[in-house]
Design a binder for this molecule. Structure first.
Ligand SMILES: Cc1cc2nc3c(=O)[nH]c(=O)nc-3n(C[C@H](O)[C@H](O)[C@H](O)COP(=O)(O)O)c2cc1C
Length: 210
């Protein structure tokens, strides 16, 4: 069992976060979850979620919603700079910000830690731990592109929420799983969420092999 940090920000793409959380917990991993206020808003708009009450109560609601808690889910306050993950001395395995808003991307790129998601990302970079940022934004302006390059140069992985179609997805869940599976790959978590490309099955028939 390893500990993963997941940040949910106010970009579109809440279903990706749900799937990554479920997969980590199903694999017995411990998850420390932080949700920005804008993230909560988008979770409400996209998934109909409205968690309320104190942190412990909201944590229970998350566990109930996800339907799995094998490794243990811990909800951290988004402004709790005294939380374990705010210090480099606390060794978590890896972190993903999924989905990652352009605002959060910009603050990570410039090293500004206004909340625990940004501080966790800052810690991941300085401790050279895997950090996966999952933007959904389109189209991208020059500032977005420059920020993506900056975080990449600092050691983060930019993994845009862009599902492929070569595995013939049939449902929205298939598309979500493709992206979630790639995120888990980058976090170093084995998964079978999507069909891996084994070569073109029609190449031989079409005489394209050489
Ligand atoms: C339904 C909805 C979808 C949004 N989608 C995006 C998005 O894909 N990318 C983005 O950068 N911001 C998006 N926003 C705007 C962010 O929520 C806003 O910039 C917010 O300040 C981000 O704050 P955070 O980075 O602290 O979560 C969206 C807002 C709403 C309400």
């Amino acid at each position: 069992m390893s500990t993963y940090v997941i940040g949910i920000t106010g970009a579109s793409g809440a279903p990706y976060a749900r799937r990554v959380l479920q997969a980590l917990l199903e694999e017995d991993h411990h998850v420390k979850l932080i949700v920005s206020p804008a993230g909560d808003r988008v979770l409400n708009i996209e998934l109909g979620l409205r968690f309320s009450g104190a942190l412990a109560a909201r944590q229970e609601q998350w566990v109930e919603y996800l339907g799995v808690d094998r490794g243990g889910l811990e909800l951290l306050g988004h402004r709790d700079f005294a939380a374990s993950i705010a210090s480099g001395s606390y060794a978590f395995e890896a972190m993903a910000v999924v989905p990652c808003s352009m605002g959060t991307l910009a603050r990570i790129a410039s090293g500004v830690s206004t909340n625990l998601i940004e501080r966790g990302a800052d810690v991941a970079l300085k401790e050279r731990r895997p950090l996966v940022l999952v933007p959904r934004e389109t189209p991208l302006n020059r500032i977005h592109l420059k920020n993506m390059l900056a975080v990449h140069e600092a050691g983060a992985e930019v993994l845009p929420a862009m599902p492929g179609f070569y595995h013939h997805p049939r449902t929205v869940d298939d598309l979500v799983d493709t992206v979630a599976g790639r995120i888990l790959d980058r976090l170093g978590v084995e998964n079978a969420l999507f069909k891996r490309w084994q070569g073109d099955p029609l190449a031989e028939l079409a005489g394209l092999e050489d």
